[in-house]
Design a protein. Structure first.
Ligand SMILES: [Zn+2]
Ligand SMILES: [Zn+2]
Ligand SMILES: [Zn+2]
Ligand SMILES: [Zn+2]
Lengths: 142, 142
DNA sequence: GTAGGTGATGTTATATCATTACATCGCGTT
DNA sequence: AACGCGATGTAATGATATAACATCACCTAC
């Protein structure tokens, strides 16, 4: 990396990304639904990516930087759309099973509730996953 | 099934399970950490189970009955240990990455927070996943 | 400038998790 | 007997993820 990285994170900025990392990030950012690693690979065949590992390695880095999230219940990935890109402590995802839209939500009551739970169980969380699968506002109409 | 099943769920009771379903459930209940479908298959080779599908079909049924939970972040399964086995509306799991222990937690503040989020987003959840990966009380000592 | 370190890359093979497709069986109902 | 229907057995395949190894680009130390 380039000189001052105190803690990784903060704002890596797309300019610091390598070619493969940029390709993967741009693909995710341009998608309107989560993509699997193999989805991404398919879309980047034309750019010279041929092996899954090229995508997984880029994803690992982007996850590290906080620019991408993994949706565990889908085995898929989305670009971070967190408004303000704050602490990212406990983000919730509302995933529409009909249209595939994903809303990224931060909520202090949720953070508080999770914090209270971990305190009372004396559990030290490293990563917390909150995913709601269901129907978005639009798709409930139909 | 046998006569009166109003809504599935409630308490299927192990006596209603088929042989394969019982084998899989007993294996999960006896384990002290989550098991993958292939873990279960390995342990049940001696009982005549040979193909993944035999395990996955039993798991599907047990999940349906609410007797087993799938941990999305591990692609693994645990027997339900919910004290009282209440509504199961929004269960949180605290998963120790060191020893593999899993605590199943229900908390009304968490349910409230999630409920508030879905209301304000007009999102209709069908299934909610809350998984915390980290270190349990015991493992923080070491 | 040469040697070494480090992180990204390319490629092949393999591991792990899950489903499709199809034939069969048991058992209660008609 | 004929049928429906859920569970079962088996083989093949699909989908997701990692291991292993060689190479390259770049920076730094000597
Ligand atoms: Zn985010
Ligand atoms: Zn939708
Ligand atoms: Zn439970
Ligand atoms: Zn532990």
């Amino acid at each position: 990396m380039n000189g001052d990285h105190h803690h990784e994170h903060a704002h890596a900025a797309r300019s610091d990304l390598t070619r493969n990392q940029s390709l993967v990030f741009d693909t995710l950012e341009g998608a309107d639904a989560p993509l699997t690693a193999y989805n991404i690979l398919d879309r980047l065949n034309g750019e010279g990516l041929r092996a899954p590992l090229q995508v997984y390695r880029a994803l690992d880095k982007l996850l590290d930087l906080g620019m991408v999230h993994r949706l565990e219940s889908l085995n898929a990935f989305v670009a971070c759309r967190h408004p303000g890109c704050a602490t990212h402590e406990a983000v919730a995802f509302a995933i529409c099973d009909d249209c595939g839209s994903v809303a990224e939500i931060t909520d202090s009551s949720l953070v508080d509730a999770l914090d209270t739970i971990t305190r009372s169980a004396d559990f030290k969380p490293r990563k917390t996953t909150v995913e709601m699968r269901g129907l978005c506002s639009d798709c409930q109409a139909a």
